[in-house]
Write a protein that binds this ligand. Structure first.
Ligand SMILES: [Zn+2]
Length: 707
């Protein structure tokens, strides 16, 4: 799932406003005020499996006026292991009309005794069933999601499970829609089931709606039948097992734009007026499916892939199996798309179809097995499609997002002591987890990494997994014991705080590196950190591999001449904070010679502290032409600090960026610089053109700069 207001984009940048949010329930101020709410002494393990639901058939219609779901559920189940004469189903706030056992022959029914406490239905079976004895129960019910009190029956109004949007049609400019949001445990607000990620089933949903509406659910549309009374029943069939929180339906007036991937339907459901931009927004999906299929070695496993944009969604997006629901910010114009294309949401939800939907975290404590991977899916796609430079920008945003929130919270990534399961949906699970997956990849190497993912996905397909299943897959592939990695990163909190000192011993002709781990070892592990060090000397660069595993550790490498630069953590992959002092010359050398985006960004940000240095200034000006748009944007921020003559010397460059840069963020930033660092009258010809830019951010910047 992607949340709506991601903390990273509040704090971080104007770069991009994506949709995720830290947690739909915990207000940000609560994070700092009530630190103790994050922890609980209760161990949150996996839910016990008593009954196994094999298949659920739902026959559903809706009373729009009262926002009721009129349902008939036919549930095929069996005891999971221990014999039992009882079934307990989650069913929140229902009116139960009938509970019966369906006899195999001729659909004959036998009424069953039950008790119902408003949250759970305790059904007494006709006899004791053994492990492999299946039975089918029938429940006639009415679900009343809007009678559930937020704070009492459900945690918040975002937990209604099913939503009736503009139910009476009185809201102008808003279509009538019904859609669902199951994660975490909200689907039992509209059909009787067993909550929790551990329960997997197949399903048939027969959805009856007025004929003018379109429906969407998981799996394939088997058939539609007209009922002769202005309604139609659509029968959706999900034949592969998936977790009950992934069951979805949506109803509304949507236009369906269709693509294909290897013969399977790939479709985009949008309101009719946004159909013309649907392919612009979602059109890379088939290429993404192909990419993730190849990268994991597991072909996209589901029958089809649909994405549907609804109104008033409670999250950013949700990866319901083969039917992802997205929030209305995906209803974009071509101009808005230039400023923020939300492609990371598309890749995130799609990657969940391997990590989350195919192999599902067995408990909410193990949620990073879903969310860290989906977050890393965004990186993988960016790396493939746009190159490492752009992917590393995304990686940096993730790291910054995690760093900016972690100060108020010490939480393990795999967390068995959360106070509320919704707290698992945070920057530790998403962004820190995503970065840990990246470190795992860098630690074992690409070939082993993707082989191990393949093993994990195939071994646990259509089942659930816990973090150790991931470790075991990596250990089997690499032949290495990886407890150290999983223990320090997934099963602990915090991150390394490194103090790095480099020097050169002229007599011994040695480059010296001393690294100290300064993190609070009472709360945080002493880390084992394999890393690369690049030594630039004598016109060459040599890479050395080290393993840092002590609190205070020194390394020495022969070097005939004093190095121009010693670049510690040369792959720039370690999640942590570091203190490192380099000279202006070394930072300039780093900007000009080290290969990665992070190398250049780090150097540039440090050079901004040397405003008086002529060479530092020259490098900052050079960075206006950097190949990475974010670095060009950072370099632009420095222009106002130049003296007038220097400003004049870069005027042409700034106006070129304002008019022609390929990225709207840079064009907008350049327009702002024109407004703040130069006379308005000089810019009017440029403004005349930038006010016609297709990107709203550039138009807005022009209006502000003209003032
Ligand atoms: Zn997600």
């Amino acid at each position: 799932m992607k949340f709506r207001y991601h903390i990273c984009y509040q704090i971080l940048i104007a770069i991009s406003i994506t949709s995720c949010s830290i947690s739909k329930k915990i207000a940000l101020d609560a994070v700092t005020v009530k630190e103790n709410i994050w922890g609980s002494k209760v161990y949150r393990g996996s839910y016990p499996k008593l009954t196994d639901i094999i298949h659920t058939r739902l026959d559903l219609s809706f009373n729009w006026d009262s926002s009721f779901v009129i349902g008939k559920a036919t549930i095929q189940a069996k005891p999971y292991f221990y014999s039992s004469d009882q079934v307990i189903l989650d069913a929140n706030g229902f009116q139960i009309n009938e509970v019966a056992l369906v006899k195999k022959e001729g659909q004959e029914k036998q009424t069953l005794r039950y008790t119902y406490n408003g949250k759970q239905l305790f059904i007494q079976l006709d006899k004791t069933y053994q492990q492999n004895q299946e039975y089918t129960i029938f429940i006639d019910y009415v679900a009343m999601p809007y009678k559930l009190d937020a704070g009492k029956d459900i945690a918040s109004a975002d937990d209604r499970g099913i939503y009736f949007i503009n139910k009476d049609g009185k809201e102008k400019d808003k279509p009538r829609q019904i859609w669902t949001q199951g994660e975490t445990e909200c689907n039992s607000n509209w059909f009787p089931t067993i909550n929790g990620p551990q329960e997997k089933m197949t399903q048939d949903l027969n959805i009856t709606v007025p004929n003018e509406y379109v429906t969407l659910s998981n799996g394939t549309l088997d058939y539609s039948s007209l009922n002769g009374n202005g309604t139609r029943t659509d029968s959706w069939r999900q034949e592969l097992p998936h977790s009950t929180y992934l069951t979805m339906l949506a109803v509304g007036k949507f236009t369906i734009t269709k693509d294909k991937w290897r013969g399977k339907e790939v479709s985009y459901y949008t309101e009719p007026q946004f159909a013309s931009t649907a392919r612009m927004i979602f059109g890379k999906t088939p290429e993404m499916i192909e990419f993730f299929s190849k990268k994991t070695g597991v072909d996209f496993p589901w029958d089809k892939y649909s994405q549907i944009v609804v109104r008033d969604f409670v999250a950013g997006a949700m990866e319901n199996t083969s039917a992802t629901v997205l929030f209305e910010r995906m209803n974009m114009s071509a101009g808005e798309y230039l400023d923020e294309n939300h492609e990371d949401i598309v890749s995130h939800e799609l990657f969940h179809h391997w990590f989350g939907d195919l192999v599902t975290a067995e408990s909410w404590a193990n949620l990073p097995l879903n969310e860290s991977f989906a977050t890393y899916g965004e990186y993988l796609w960016d790396e493939y499609k746009y190159g490492r430079d752009i992917a590393d920008l995304k990686g940096m945003e993730d790291q910054t997002a995690y760093m900016n929130t972690i100060k108020s919270k010490h939480a393990d990534v795999i967390r068995f002591n959360y106070a509320d399961r919704e707290q698992m949906f945070d920057n530790v699970t998403y962004q820190k987890g995503g970065r840990i997956i990246h470190m795992l990849r860098k630690t074992v190497g690409d070939e082993a990494f993707f082989k191990a993912l393949h093993l994990y996905l195939t071994r646990n397909a259509y089942k659930t997994a816990e973090i150790h299943d991931l470790r075991l897959a990596f250990e089997e592939v690499t032949g290495q014991d990886l407890n150290w990695f999983f223990n320090q990163w997934f099963l602990a909190s915090g991150h390394p705080l490194l103090t790095i000192q480099t020097s050169y011993n002229i007599e011994k002709k040695q480059a010296l590196i001393n690294i100290q781990q300064m993190q609070d070892l009472a709360k945080t592990p002493l880390y084992r950190l394999p890393m690369a060090i690049d030594i630039y000397a004598d016109g060459k660069v040599e890479r050395k591999e080290i393993v840092l595993d002590k609190q205070n550790q020194s390394f020495a490498f022969n070097s005939i001449t004093a190095p121009d630069l010693i670049n510690v953590d040369a792959e720039k992959y370690i999640l942590g904070e570091k203190v490192e002092v380099k000279s202006v010359q070394q930072y300039i050398f780093q900007y000009l010679n080290a290969p990665l985006f992070i190398d250049r960004l780090e150097a540039l940000l440090m050079l901004k502290g040397f405003k008086k240095d002529k060479n530092a200034k020259e490098t900052l000006i050079k960075a206006l032409k950097d190949k990475n748009w974010h670095i060009r944007q950072v370099a632009l921020e420095f222009v106002s600090e130049l003296d007038q003559e220097e400003k004049n010397s870069v005027y042409k460059q700034i106006s070129d960026l304002a008019l022609n840069d390929e990225t709207s963020h840079v064009r907008a930033a350049a327009v702002k610089v024109l407004g703040s660092a130069y006379k308005a009258s000089d810019n009017s010809a440029i403004y005349n053109r930038t006010e016609k830019d297709k990107a709203p951010s550039v138009v807005k910047a022009t209006l502000e700069s003209r003032k």
